[in-house]
Write a protein that binds this ligand. Structure first.
Ligand code: ADP
Ligand code: ZN
Ligand code: MG
Length: 479
């Protein structure tokens, strides 16, 4: 029997507001513990929460960008549970009446487009953080840091429309890109500002009913979400093949082993006893508010990808990579304005530039590299002033120092040698010094031409125009 996977993802995105969701405390990361706190976010008796308007602006932005319906009247609810990082004994969230419902995110997988439904988006507060490290752990003590308590989050719940780990990864990346384009979340999974829980079940291919799902937690990268899904799908299929049944439970992903292990079953699940928070009035959102936010929406990732395909005639693959970051896309467009060779610039960015960015794990905006640099290098190569190979070494220096490529080429005397007489002289010497190789060329092993070209390049320190060298050598060898 063949099985197919059914996946729905729940994302928690930390919003980039200056202050927390129900008080004026700063959301700044990396402050000393409990510095960013006040009686409201530490849950002292008698305090009252006041909703941060920016959080609503951001939620509306996310809702519009994911094609959701904005609920003009929505309500905050208390989600009750006890944990030491939750000072009030409940989390303020939204339950029956969230701010947005019924949208979708479009993804591209294998060149095909697919819509993944969004069930709902709601606003809520984050919990604090327990610290059990070093001395404290040895002494069986834990500390609590409330800096993160009441930092605003959006929870974005997808429909069970995802059918493979690959689609899951594509959905998450697209959703992350959208939130980053909107400038409402920094999208950093490793640091926890974009987190994902995955719900997964399997069913016989063609079946209408869903199977029993498990919920996967503890994945802190896109790759790990995909790995966790791959493992869990295979595990469930095997359980069914062996005649067993899948148990509804929460499972933790272990990045070291690549496996998921049971954490708690349905029986142990919490009953949160949700009820509307009496401290907060229902939130009314009028058309004017929505329209005001709509005007601030930027071009979104998929719109940009479409435009890049049309405007620059680039392959879909290039467009997806360039548009995966707004800064990278802007960088590309600036460079093309200066030297209108879109494919040349795209190739250069996708190979050389991204290699450096990935190696250093930095954003393009954090480097010394400017669009004019890449435009100049590609131009110098296109005009035959330098070879592609020299271009790479020039690039390395530009990337490191921020110097202009023209200046580096001039100072280091890297201008390509296209002087035919000079190259012919060198080529003659190379042939004279390698009579055995010349012999085998004449016997039909024409492949040794590559060796001769290499020798000429070596003599000229890589500055010879390779096309010209090839022509000269062929001419000399056939005479
Ligand atoms: P719960 O009540 O356990 O929170 P929900 O119905 O709220 O479950 O769904 C939570 C998430 O699980 C959603 O993203 C949804 O798409 C997904 N989901 C629901 N049922 C299934 C299923 N049978 N298989 C996979 N995912 C599912
Ligand atoms: Zn506070
Ligand atoms: Mg649910």
């Amino acid at each position: 029997m063949e099985y197919e996977a059914v996946i729905g993802l729940e994302v928690h995105a930390q919003l980039k507001t200056e202050s927390k969701i129900f008080c004026g405390c700063s959301t700044r990361f990396g402050e000393s513990p409990n510095r960013n706190t006040c009686p409201v976010c530490t849950g002292m008796p008698g305090v009252l929460p006041v909703l941060n308007r920016r959080v609503v602006d951001f939620a509306i932005k996310a809702a519009l960008a994911t094609n959701c319906t904005i609920q003009r009247r929505n309500v905050f609810a208390r989600k009750n549970y006890y944990y030491p990082d939750l000072p009030k004994g409940y989390q303020i969230s939204q339950y029956e009446l969230p701010i947005a419902t019924g949208g979708y995110v479009e993804i591209v997988v294998g060149g095909e487009r697919k819509r993944i439904g969004i069930t709902r988006i709601h606003m809520e507060e984050d919990a604090g953080k327990l610290v059990h490290e070093g001395e404290f752990e040895k002494a069986h003590h834990s500390l609590v840091d409330f800096n993160r308590a009441a930092v605003p989050l959006l929870e974005i719940v997808s429909e069970p429309d995802i059918r493979s780990p690959e689609e899951g990864g594509a959905y998450l990346r697209m959703l992350r890109d959208i939130l980053v384009y909107l400038d409402i979340c920094d999208g950093n999974m490793e640091e926890g500002s974009f987190r994902c829980d995955a719900n997964v079940s399997v069913r016989p291919k063609g079946a209408k009913e869903f199977g029993t799902k498990t919920e996967l937690k503890n994945m802190n990268s896109f790759r790990n979400v995909e790995r966790a899904l791959e493992y869990e799908i295979q595990r469930q299929i095997q359980v069914l093949r062996e005649g067993g049944t899948v148990v509804q439970e929460t499972r933790l992903f272990d990045a070291n082993t690549g496996r998921t292990v049971s954490m708690r079953t349905k029986e142990e699940a919490h009953d949160y006893r949700y009820f509307p928070d009496p401290d907060l009035v229902p939130l009314e959102i009028d058309d004017e508010w929505v329209e005001r936010v709509r005007k601030t929406l930027p071009e979104l990732p998929l719109e940009k990808i479409d435009r890049f395909q049309k405007e620059y005639s680039l392959p879909l693959y290039d467009c997806q990579i360039l548009c995966s970051s707004k800064n990278l896309a802007d960088f590309f467009e600036e460079a093309v304005k200066l030297h209108p060779n879109p494919k040349g610039i795209s190739n250069w960015i996708m190979a050389e530039v991204l290699r450096e960015l990935n190696r250093e794990k930095v954003d393009i905006s954090e480097t010394k590299l400017k669009p004019a640099h890449v435009a100049s290098i590609v131009k110098l190569i296109d005009e035959g002033t330098i070879s592609g190979k020299i271009g790479k070494s020039v690039f390395e220096e530009v990337y490191r120092t921020g110097e202009s490529p023209e200046k580096i080429v001039e100072e280091r005397g890297l201008v390509q040698v296209s002087d035919e007489a000079a190259l012919e002289e060198i080529a003659r010497k190379v042939l004279e010094n390698h009579p055995k190789e010349v012999e085998s060329y004449k016997k039909g092993k024409t492949g040794v031409i590559g060796f001769f070209v290499g020798q000429v390049m070596k003599e000229t320190k890589g500055k010879a125009n390779p096309k010209l060298v090839n022509e000269i050598l062929r001419r000399l060898l056939s005479s």
